[in-house]
Design a binder for this molecule. Structure first.
Ligand code: GLC
Length: 552
């Protein structure tokens, strides 16, 4: 009997299209020069009140802010965090994203109160496709994509992801993650392309080109392209013991040589935003590190976009709270990610300004950086989201996009062994598909899918897509065979082959941190099942779904 080891990683839930296309046109701005962008931004700044400037450096989560709030407080940005979608659940129809984007656009561009009316920009974690949006194309996670060693595929994935973000009326993704994960106990190891800084640097250029387009091209950042974010600066993947939000310790240059490897290429490709890391370097929290955010990222690396904080990441700075942290602005964070704390941040910044405790030149600098990125991204000329030609939900998960995802899955599979060439399976076989991952959309797609952790999502809650079993069943029937599902591996009549699919359950961020890398000891249920099948003379193909290498 032969046990086959076919190792793959957290994968996709491919998707089907639905919904009516949105029609409309939007004029992309003529090619802009650095000077014209700077002049336009300065002209806007000079019209803004102190309150408008403070609102511009604050980003709120859509679950905690209304369009009316945007109108009143002139907030510069909104985000939908991992658990946020229009209407509050994960069942929002694609059109609802465009409708809410229209509402935020109308509110933020309203000038009836005499304000300047600068459109708010909506950021989302489209980190393996537009993953919170039903029917969008979902790709394997970054650790899988790293295994393909195919930068051109990354460019295509960036293209598809940008198209699908624009299709829902949004402008900005908090991707790519450029972490160089050095300890797989880290819950975000799967968000890192590789432990190899050279591969991360190569991929950074490719994915950012796919998302943003190329600097100097007329469609750079506009039309079908979006604004991207290099994250999390810096050394998020180097913390001691792989502890999420922990401390990366060592010689600073050694740390930067490894963990900042992707930022040079990102800056060369015109990355418009960098997200500060929750973590620390040599004991200093990144959200309060003037040396790394200003001296290194700006002066040494030449970054000219804006720094966005992470989710209340400013609260990690000693002496700060989620609603009060002038220190982060002073250190070089230009936009506070203040999901549910935005009103407190607004009030505390205004109070500091009125008490003469806020560096108003620093505030102006932060506002200018945000305005320049919005101008470069065509946001001020793009028109209402639903009027843009790119706002067309019918392209979500279309066949062309799904073909790129299927290629990514094929190329990211890691085959460990194929004794006696059992694979590829011969035609006409009766195949049993077993294991916890055999018929589980959420186990295939992992974290950051439909919601933050990627858990609690029944197969039925994915409006489209197919499980490994349903895909195999279709494939087997096309070659004269058949497949049946038996998650516990039991059967009446012995199958010709068993495919046992097992592995990690979804997780995200610190909830995925581990103290060791053992998936299963000798008495594990999956190992027992495989041994029983072998003992009964059934050849086994084992498929291990995981975000990281684990001992099995
Ligand atoms: C999260 C993550 C970051 C993400 C942000 C918004 O905590 O650290 O990667 O972009 O919050 O969801």
């Amino acid at each position: 009997m032969r046990v086959m080891k076919l190792v793959t990683t957290l994968m996709l839930g491919a998707a089907l299209t639905s919904c009516m296309p949105e029609q409309g046109t939007s004029d992309a701005p003529a090619t802009q020069t650095a000077d014209s962008v700077a002049d336009r931004a300065l002209a806007l700044l000079n019209q803004m009140t102190l309150e408008e400037k403070i609102g511009q450096v604050i980003q709120a989560d859509i679950s905690a802010v209304t369009p009316e709030d945007l109108r009143t407080y002139n907030l510069g940005s909104v985000l939908n965090g991992g658990n946020s979608a229009p209407g509050g659940g994960k069942v929002a129809e694609p059109e609802e994203w465009i409708e809410l984007a229209d509402a935020f656009w109308d509110a933020s561009t309203d000038t009836s109160d005499g304000g300047v009316g600068i459109p708010a920009i909506w950021g989302t974690d489209a980190v393996h496709g537009h993953n919170n949006v039903q029917t969008a194309t979902i790709f394997p996670h970054n650790s899988a994509l790293g295994a393909t060693h195919n930068p051109d595929l990354m460019r295509q994935i960036g293209d598809v992801t940008a198209l699908e973000i624009r299709a829902t009326g949004l402008d900005w993704t908090f991707a790519p993650t450029l972490a160089v994960a050095r300890d797989d106990r880290w819950g975000r190891a799967y968000e890192s392309y590789s432990e190899n800084p050279e591969l991360v640097a190569e991929y950074a250029a490719a994915i950012i080109e796919g998302l943003q387009g190329l600097p100097g091209d007329p469609d750079f950042l506009i039309g079908e392209n979006v604004m991207a974010t290099a994250k999390h600066f810096v050394a998020d993947g180097g913390t001691q013991y792989g502890i999420d939000k922990g401390d990366t310790v060592g010689d600073l240059q050694d740390i930067l040589d490894i963990h900042a490897a992707g930022y040079g290429p990102a800056i060369e490709l015109g990355i418009q935003s960098v997200m500060a890391s929750f973590s620390s370097v040599n004991g200093e929290k990144m959200h309060g590190s003037e040396h790394l955010l200003q001296d290194v990222l700006r002066d040494q690396y030449g970054f000219e976009g804006f720094v966005v904080g992470d989710w209340n990441g400013h609260a990690e700075v000693p002496g700060c709270t989620a609603t009060d942290c002038v220190a982060s602005l002073d250190a070089g964070v230009d936009m506070y990610m203040a999901p549910d704390s935005w009103r407190g941040v607004y009030d505390s910044l205004l109070a500091a300004a009125e008490a003469g405790e806020l560096d108003l030149e620093r505030l102006d600098e932060a506002v200018l950086r945000i305005l320049e990125a919005k101008i470069r991204s065509g946001l001020l000329d793009a028109g209402r989201p639903s009027d843009r030609a790119t706002s067309d939900v019918s392209i979500l998960g279309n066949d062309e996009h799904r073909a790129v995802a299927r290629q990514a899955v094929r190329e990211s599979l890691v085959l460990l062994r194929n004794d006696d060439s059992l694979l590829p399976l011969a035609p006409g076989l009766n195949v049993m598909v077993a294991g916890s991952g055999a018929d589980s959309m959420q186990q295939q797609t992992g974290g950051w899918t439909l919601n933050w952790q990627g858990t609690g999502n029944s197969n039925e809650e994915f409006l489209t897509g197919e499980t490994i079993f349903s895909g195999l069943s279709t494939a087997m029937s096309e070659i004269g065979g058949d497949a049946f599902l038996s998650e516990d591996g039991s059967y009446d009549s012995r199958p010709d082959v068993a495919i046992v699919v097992f592995g990690e359950q979804p997780y995200a961020e610190y909830l995925g941190d581990r103290t060791d890398l053992v998936f299963e000891f000798d008495d594990g249920e999956n190992l027992q099942l495989i041994r029983e099948l072998k003992a009964d003379g059934v050849p086994v193909v084992s498929v291990f779904l995981t975000g990281r290498p684990l001992w099995v």
